[in-house]
Design a protein around this ligand. Structure first.
Ligand code: 2NL
Length: 363
């Protein structure tokens, strides 16, 4: 290679190494190999040479061109790699960042309420159990000691689906569950005591007006063990009410009641003051009913194959819409199912923080 070509090779190498961006490198390429590039011009001047000179110089120019092209390619790959590293570093997704104010998703108050109830009762040792919405009348009524002529069993009150199926009591009619209790029946039949479960879920009744929806939600709880007594029921539910409403000294009273599946049975009221058309929860001379409970009827245990001489326990049930409306001041039951985004933005919850006793039920 002649001196002038060696010099061009060196300048080219320096210019390529000095190019610090793909654009700068492209400018170097054009300056060397473009239509009017320095190497291109040298190629053009070959025509003026003798055949012999043209051959040797032509070979040298081709070697130089290959060398420059290789250097350009290598530098290009280097710059692109660095550029990619820069982008990966600056554009990486930080999954721990809190959501921006423009977040659009909200947790529905029913889901929030389920999460809160699960956080409180989960802390006491309950686990969540689930079961089918489509049941039969043995699991939904018979096993629960609800007599054959009970009004709740009438077509008028319960959604019956076509057909029958085989169930532990023989042939049974297919129904949409009217409470979540059949899940507790299934849990007791499938396992061995002790049981400590809560069952949140959808329930269905033929009822539709300002305060009743044909589909609504319940959460029920069940504790079965060898020495479980009414003191446990009271302690558990007083603690639950106070934690759920966030009022340490919330007045709670147990009022005798009747359910076929519990004996004795009670309804639980919390203290409130009525003022104007509404009320304030926490103190005062009035009471507001919020749940039903009782000691599980021995007949129910027997129906599930559990020896009532050895095991006993308590159960409770409440409407999720009702306790959500009371806590969050939602005035109309029907709005829960209208899927109105303005309503959800108003009553919904941020989709970040799960309710917990330590982190807060509704942070
Ligand atoms: C209410 C009252 C209640 C139960 C539900 C239950 C379940 C089994 C056995 C015994 Cl498997 N009891 N559940 C007990 C008492 C009350 O619900 O007012 N619910 C909205």
């Amino acid at each position: 290679m002649t001196d002038d070509l060696k010099e061009l090779s060196d300048t080219a190498a320096r210019a390529i190494a000095a190019a610090d961006s793909p654009a700068a490198l492209d400018a170097v390429r054009v300056d060397l190999l473009g239509k009017k590039g320095r190497l291109t011009e040298l190629m053009k001047s070959l025509g003026a040479l003798s055949a012999d000179e043209r051959k040797t110089r032509g070979q040298s120019l081709n070697v130089l061109k290959d060398q420059i092209t290789a250097r350009l390619d290598a530098r290009k790959a280097e710059l692109e790699g660095a550029e990619l590293d820069r982008r990966l570093a600056s554009e990486s997704v930080d999954v721990t960042l809190p959501p921006r104010p423009e977040r659009t998703g909200f947790i529905h108050p029913i889901s929030q309420t389920v999460d809160e109830v699960v956080a409180i009762l989960g802390d006491m040792g309950f686990t969540v159990a689930e079961g089918p919405d489509i049941e039969d009348d043995w699991y939904n009524f018979t096993a629960l000691n609800i007599p054959p002529d009970h009004p709740a069993r009438q077509e008028h009150d319960t959604f019956y689906l076509p057909g029958t199926r085989q169930s532990p009591g023989g042939s049974a009619r297919v129904v949409l569950r009217t409470h979540t209790s059949p899940v507790q029946i299934r849990t007791m039949m499938a396992g061995k005591p002790p049981f400590r479960i809560i069952v949140p879920g959808r329930t269905y009744r033929c009822d539709s007006d300002a305060t009743h929806s044909p589909m609504f939600h319940q959460v029920e709880g069940l504790v079965i063990d060898e020495a479980t007594h009414m003191g446990h029921l009271k302690g558990c539910l007083v603690e639950f009410c106070r934690a759920y409403f966030g009022i340490d000294d919330l007045p709670v009273r147990f009022r005798a009641s009747y359910f076929p599946f519990t004996e004795p049975s009670a309804e639980v009221d919390i203290g409130c003051t009525r003022e104007g058309g509404g009320f304030r929860i926490g103190h005062g001379d009035d009471w507001l009913e919020i749940l039903g409970c009782g000691m599980v009827n021995p007949k129910v245990l027997e129906n599930c194959g559990i020896d009532p001489a050895r095991y006993q326990g308590f159960a409770f049930g409440m409407g999720l819409e009702r306790i959500a409306m009371l806590k969050y001041g939602i005035p109309d039951l029907r709005t829960f199912y209208e899927s109105d985004l303005r309503w959800l933005r108003h009553y919904g919850f941020a989709a970040v923080q799960q309710p917990s006793l330590t982190g807060g039920l509704n942070p």
